[in-house]
Write a protein that binds this ligand. Structure first.
Ligand code: NDP
Ligand code: 2IT
Length: 449
């Protein structure tokens, strides 16, 4: 294990987040590699950490003042052993190769857990949609697709949304793809309903994460009813996590953005949540405005350089990190445990540092890693692809039932694999090992390619 982690560190010294994802994964699968000499002989670990293809490109576009702007575009086609590359696009100024490689790596094993035939990929740009006009976002998306279109396709690589990429961006990206290729196919998921989207895709990641938490609690004969929940973020995943938690009778007391968080002791109810949806999705405002509307709440700025994030320092039963990577450090994890949190369910990708993960595991927290807990989003993307192939649309109930079945199945798969490899109840080992075995066995079947 140390060999591979060391190899990645030496080969790509600047890719910090990628090193972290590989290290966490290798901690889980090393015993499986040791027990199976054929995996080592086939250089499986060495092959898994090398993307099948990395595409990097210039994205020049013209802003509203007529000035030329240049961004960097990426698509990481990580692994296609079990299906075409599948995974989101992230538009955020922090985007770089290391962050997208970590996300693509996680996506490979997440997609393997979904039960659907999807390989793993991820892409995006360092473009910052914040403060840009709709026209600027459109021109950027068109410029981005002007290069990406030659690398993707409904049976090759199917992007979707992630941070900074929602329905608006998917629309502009799809429009440009259709124009350039002169074909109407399911090349992107997260499309709007009237032109090939699936019901429940917007809800899927957040709802799926809550279904997963309900399964974990169910394994201990408990439910979410009455549980006090900390949710971070206020974007797609956070909004629908909060919505499903409210539906199931839990009390959501926090939401955040990159500037700060709100704490509402009385609980964020449906009406308050619909204010947040309008604020974030239509007006594209800041979470601090919640305090102006609901003065009984408390708004606290978050300083990214500080030792801990005060959002995670409230008494609660459950935590749903749903904003971004490494938003829970060692101190935050310790604070959560000290405050009595029993469930940590990751809507975001890799929101917990490795030190934080160890704290959760050592304290017997019901801790679901992102690649299991947030797999509902890509699962419904897979269902959107199925519906596109069949040229029909399923009802809300049909998609929701399938999502519930998939989340239940992922939960069982994780528990079974954890048990089989001697660490019962360890969802991190369970998710990594089960995802690994599915991908690796397909790679072995397909030879050295
Ligand atoms: P959105 O862009 O809709 O929302 C992102 C939210 O996280 C915003 O509230 C944003 O605040 C906050 N945020 C982003 N970057 C940072 C940062 N560096 N520090 C603090 N807060 C930050 O994205 P999603 O809700 O789609 O994605 C959230 C997480 O869920 C990501 O980790 C993503 O990879 C993961 N995910 C998403 C899926 C999906 O289907 N969309 C599927 C599976 C996982 P601000 O507005 O200030 O930037
Ligand atoms: O991280 C993820 O799983 C996503 N951003 C969703 C990917 C998808 O293809 O729906």
């Amino acid at each position: 294990m140390t060999d591979i982690v060391e190899y990645v560190r030496i080969k790509d010294p600047n890719e910090r987040e990628f090193h972290q994802a590989v290290r966490e994964f290798m901690e889980s699968v090393s015993p499986v590699l040791e027990q199976n000499p054929e995996y080592r002989k086939a250089k499986i670990a060495e092959r898994l950490i090398e993307p099948e293809r990395v595409i990097m490109f210039r994205v020049p576009w013209i802003d509203d003042k007529g000035e030329i702007q240049v961004n960097r575009g990426f698509r990481i086609e990580m692994n296609s052993a079990i299906g075409p590359y599948k995974g989101g696009l992230r538009f955020h100024p922090s985007v770089n190769l290391g962050i997208l490689k970590f996300l693509a790596f996680e996506q490979v094993f997440k997609n393997a857990l979904t039960t659907l035939p999807m390989g793993g990929g991820k892409g995006g740009s360092d473009f910052d949609p914040k403060g840009k006009s709709d026209n600027e976002v459109m021109r950027f998306c068109q410029a981005f697709m002007a290069e990406l279109f030659r690398h993707i396709g409904a049976d090759t690589d199917i992007p979707a949304g992630d941070i900074g990429v929602g329905a608006r961006e998917i629309g502009y990206l799809f429009g440009m793809y259709k124009k350039l290729r002169n074909e109407f196919t399911g090349v992107l998921t997260g499309k709007s309903l009237s032109w090939g989207g699936s019901l429940m895709r917007p809800e899927a990641t957040g709802y799926g994460s809550v279904y997963f938490a309900a399964e974990m609690l169910g394994s201990q004969n408990q439910t979410l009813e009455g549980k006090v929940c900390l949710v971070s973020g206020s974007g797609n995943v956070a909004q629908f996590t909060a919505e499903k938690l409210i539906d199931l009778g839990a009390k959501v007391v926090t939401l955040s953005d990159s500037s700060g968080y709100i704490f509402d002791e009385a609980g964020i109810d449906r009406e308050k949540l619909s204010f947040i949806k309008r604020l974030k999705n239509v007006r594209r405002g800041r979470i601090s405005e919640y305090k102006e509307k609901y003065p009984e709440s408390v708004y606290t700025p978050i300083n990214p350089g500080s030792e801990f994030n005060p959002l995670w320092n409230h008494k609660a039963d459950c935590a749903f990190p749903s904003a971004t990577q490494n938003e829970i450090n060692e101190k935050d994890a310790q604070n959560l445990v000290s405050n009595g949190v029993k469930v940590v369910c990751e809507g975001a990708n890799m929101p917990t540092t490795l030190e934080g993960v160890h704290i959760f595991l050592n304290n017997n927290i019901l801790y679901a890693p992102g690649k299991a807990a947030n797999a509902g989003g890509v699962s419904v993307s897979g269902l959107e692809m199925t519906q596109n192939s069949m040229r029909l649309s399923w009802t809300h109930e049909e998609v929701d039932n399938r999502l519930r079945i998939i989340m239940k199945s992922i939960h069982k798969t994780c528990l079974d694999a954890a048990e089989q490899y001697g660490t019962p109840g360890n969802y991190v080992n369970g998710a990594n090992i089960a995802g690994f075995l599915k991908v690796v066995n397909a790679m072995l079947d397909q030879g050295v390619v």
